[in-house]
Ligand binder design. Structure first.
Ligand code: NAD
Length: 360
């Protein structure tokens, strides 16, 4: 089996953390007997410097020809970098929006996992942190309020702004199918989050999710109103497995879910379309303040590579091995600067990558 992986190293710490994720993937390939064919893809500030634009048509074609794309991060210091003196459509982040659109990435996955060893960084009550949590937020990414028609105009002498929240049943169905497929690989529970006591779009959301659930009898479905969900995430996050929700609710809840882990440098993410293709990247940005110093935490990118093995290639065992190796390294007390605590051993970016690769 050969995995065709497009690699966007990107800007800032991107090339440093991607190098470590590739090191771990290569070790996994050697252990599990698969091959990897990497294709370099330019995107972001580095592509602006080289080609004059953040994402070329050739780069899109290379991404489309890959089974999956592993990405570091893109962008620079928004106050000082010359990239941010360009018009918005020429800036690094325009490349990200363009690739999401070109690849039809409609579902965004963000895990929220509290590691035993990092419980002290969790801002929740001690007894809640003690129980631990491990859930994923699956957010619809290309519909809803952020993509609806909008206007600001004077109505009867009063300035009035309108945003519209639109979903059709097909958009809801494909997101729900993804959530159930993912739950099937986990603890088999989907919590669908909506505001069905008020919104028509939520009532349709709930109806379609219930229809999809019929095809997954092994997966438990529950519905939860978004305001309650925001509360439950801080009160009892252990109850969740896969949280499925629309674009804006997911935007807000996924930041809340990231924050309660206390360690954003550890969080992976994936954006998926209706094939097995995915774009896998750390949740954080390009961290220009620490770029080039070999001190960035590569774990979020390494865990993104594990997600890729699980969701694009169905190599669940290989993904488990990487996740367990990360836990093992933390257990042994190795830390990069961002998650350092007393009594632990501080390591740099490439040492952390090697430690994880060695423990597969
Ligand atoms: P950031 O996430 O890059 O950095 C915020 C803070 O977290 C910084 O102090 C940084 O040093 C630290 N940090 C982030 N990742 C880390 C890691 N792996 N290890 C250790 N420390 C880490 O956010 P920002 O400063 O707001 O943005 C910087 C640039 O990144 C901007 O150009 C922004 O547009 C871009 N960005 C890109 C993406 C992406 O590529 N998907 C996402 C978010 C931001």
């Amino acid at each position: 089996m050969t995995l065709n992986i497009g690699v966007i190293a990107g800007d800032g710490i991107g090339p440093e953390v991607v190098r470590e994720a590739k090191k771990v993937l290569d070790a996994s390939a050697a252990k599990n007997g698969f091959e990897i064919n990497y294709t370099e893809i330019w995107m972001g500030g580095c592509s602006i410097d080289k080609f004059g634009e953040p994402l070329t048509d050739e780069a899109i074609a290379l991404a489309k020809a890959s089974d999956a794309v592993l990405m570091g991060s893109i962008g620079g210091n928004t106050a000082t970098s010359p990239w941010y003196r360009l018009p918005p459509e020429k800036r690094p982040e325009a490349g990200l929006l363009k690739i999401r659109k070109a690849l039809n990435l409609f579902a965004n996955l963000r895990p929220s996992l509290l590691y035993d060893e990092l419980k002290a960084a969790c801002p929740l009550r001690a007894e809640t942190a003690e129980k631990g949590f491990d859930f994923i937020i699956m957010r619809e990414l290309t519909g809803g309020l952020y993509f609806g028609e909008r206007s600001t105009k004077e109505v009867d002498g009063v300035m009035t702004a309108v945003d519209t929240l639109t979903y059709n049943e097909n958009e809801i169905r494909r997101a729900a199918v993804k959530a159930f497929e993912i739950a099937r690989k986990r603890r088999k529970k989907v919590t669908s989050v909506d505001k069905a006591n008020v919104l028509d779009s939520s009532r349709l959301w709930r109806k379609v999710v219930m229809e999809v659930a019929e095809d997954y009898p092994g997966v438990e479905l529950e519905h939860m109103l978004v305001d309650n969900c925001a509360m439950q995430i801080v009160k009892d996050p252990a109850q969740f497995d896969v949280v499925l929700t629309e674009n804006m609710f997911g935007d807000i809840l996924s930041d809340e879910a990231a924050e309660i882990t206390g360690s954003i440098g550890m969080l992976s993410s994936a954006s998926l379309n209706d094939t097995k293709f995915g774009l896998y990247e750390p949740s954080g940005g390009s961290a220009p303040d620490i770029a080039g110093k070999n001190i960035a935490n590569p774990i979020a990118t390494i865990l993104s590579a594990a997600m890729m093995l699980r969701f694009t290639f169905d190599l669940d065992e290989a993904a488990d091995q990487i996740e367990n190796a990360v836990k093992q390294v933390l257990k042994e007390g190795f830390r990069t600067g961002d998650i350092m605590s007393e009594g632990c051993k501080k390591v740099n970016t490439d040492e952390m990558g090697s430690l994880i690769a060695e423990r597969l």
